[in-house]
Write a protein that binds this ligand. Structure first.
Ligand code: UGA
Length: 456
């Protein structure tokens, strides 16, 4: 093995591109691989194909230093790296529940026969439990048995918008391994992470597990986070009929350190490329394994989440004094601004974004919807081409009778309700993320409705 460990990251989407740049920054020699020429060309030019704060700087710096390269050649990857990280996507199948492992299978079966020396293949993608053992079988079938290639599973927990920080300074590393050799090599592949922590007087806990536990840790963590969000959104539903304020309720329960304040933000619910897909794939896998009942509550978590999007629609009808028929509200002709198109701030990702779903539902109900987002416009336009997009907050709200804040970007949180009040036709606002100050907006003459809060 050369002095500086050589790592490959297979699949340069969100996960692989961020890992590749961060591990190069930590001093490793890194090769990123993807089948997509355009993506590789962009990354090789120092530009991430998605918005992630800090990533472009890391890409440029490490490309220039020669520690980071990108390729579409798996032969080059096989000859280069000591440890190969699988970072390909595991999208939802058309059944709307289970995970599609085609990309995992393709990359493993293509790489394995090309390997010429002992290597560790580490799974990072989010997968159904049982995948690591299956990957091990694929490797046994396709790699030269004399090489002793091994498999490990080490899930990732990075959050979009904070991905660079989450990779450089993880709060834990899970090492699903079957041998001491694999454990030692996986540890060596993370030495840069441990060294950085040591210089900052931090500790990075390592949890060494079997394959199944490592795979389950990831989906269990996302299931827990989704459940926490749906729990507080369920409380929002109760607050709405009982006259309570869910933001105060969350504050009060969160002071109990057993509960904590994070992920108790009630609003339009969770979206994105991970939580919704992962809780469904987890249920599908549990069902296959005969433990469907254990995860039945996740179906409820999903339903609560979906109801919040519907609530935004009925709130709009209420505020605009429009009838709600059996087919839903009639919002014909109403001009509505939807502020936010991404699934959360600091990201340009619109996958399963509650904001965009609400915008589309308002448009379906007959409204003229004007969408603005600081980072997500190109992706939003591609995902929902029928909606009207505006280039600024001012353009979006001008002459509307209702403003819906659907993603809590700082630009919206800090917007001046007095100034906005002069632009709109009617001062009505739905705070879909409970991120505005109701008293301040009311004082500026707005009719304010939050999610799970009393009307102001
Ligand atoms: C999530 C997990 O947080 C990561 O740990 C995990 O690694 C990642 O999925 C993944 O599986 O790759 P991410 O999808 O980036 O990360 O987004 P989150 O920050 O978890 O937010 C998810 C959604 O929940 C967003 O739509 C957000 O607006 C919503 N949310 C979050 C709430 O509605 N309320 C909250 O209190 C928190």
């Amino acid at each position: 093995m050369p002095d500086v460990m050589r790592l490959s990251f297979l699949g340069t989407g969100y996960l692989g591109a961020t890992y590749a740049a961060c591990f190069a920054e930590l001093g490793y020699e890194v090769l990123g691989y993807d089948v997509d020429d355009a993506k590789i060309a962009k990354l090789a030019a120092g530009r991430a194909p998605f918005h992630e704060p800090g990533l472009d700087d890391l890409l440029r710096r490490n490309l220039a230093a020669g520690r980071l390269r990108f390729t579409t050649s798996l032969t080059e990857v096989a000859g280069f790296a000591d440890v190969h990280f699988i970072c390909v996507g595991t999208p939802q199948r058309p059944d709307g529940m289970s995970a599609d492992l085609t990309y995992v299978e393709n990359v493993v079966t293509a790489l394995a026969p090309l390997l010429t020396r002992r290597a560790l293949i580490v799974g990072k993608s989010t997968v159904p439990v049982g995948t690591a053992a299956w990957v091990e079988q694929l490797v046994a079938k396709h790699a030269d048995p004399a090489l002793g290639v091994e498999v490990a599973w080490s899930p990732e927990f990075l959050q979009e918008g904070y991905a660079v920080e989450d990779v450089l300074r993880p709060n834990r590393i899970v090492a699903g391994v079957r041998s001491e050799w694999a454990r030692v090599r996986l540890h060596a592949a993370h030495k840069g992470v441990f060294d950085l922590a040591a210089t900052e007087d931090r500790d990075v806990p390592v949890v060494v597990t079997d394959f199944a536990t490592a795979e389950l840790v990831k989906v269990a963590a996302n299931a827990f986070l989704a459940t926490k969000i749906s729990f507080i959104n369920a409380m929002a539903e109760v607050c709405e009929v009982a006259g309570g304020d869910v933001t105060l309720l969350a504050r009060a329960i969160g002071y109990d350190p057993r509960i904590g304040h994070r992920f108790l933000q009630a609003g339009l619910g969770f979206g994105g490329g991970c939580l919704p897909k992962d809780i469904r794939a987890f249920q599908a896998r549990a069902q296959e394994l005969g433990a469907g009942e254990a995860l039945r509550f996740l179906h409820e978590v999903d339903l609560i989440n979906a109801r919040r999007r519907g609530r935004a629609l009925t709130l709009a009808a209420e505020l605009l004094n429009r009838p709600v028929g059996p087919a839903g509200p009639d919002l014909s002709g109403a001009r509505i601004a939807v502020l936010g198109a991404t699934f959360k701030p600091h990201s340009d990702d619109v996958r399963d974004a509650p904001s965009l779903a609400v915008a589309a539902a308002l448009a379906n109900a007959g409204a003229h919807v004007h969408v603005y987002d600081p980072e997500g416009m190109p992706n939003a336009r591609a995902a929902q081409p029928a909606l009207a997009y505006e280039e600024s907050l001012v353009a979006a709200v001008t002459d509307v009778s209702l403003v819906v804040v659907a993603t809590e970007w700082a630009e919206f949180r800090n917007a001046d309700p007095v100034l906005l009040g002069e632009l709109v036709a009617e001062r009505r606002v739905i705070d879909g993320r409970n991120c505005l100050n109701p008293a301040q907006w009311a004082q500026a003459g707005w009719t304010y409705r939050g999610m799970g809060r009393p009307p102001v």
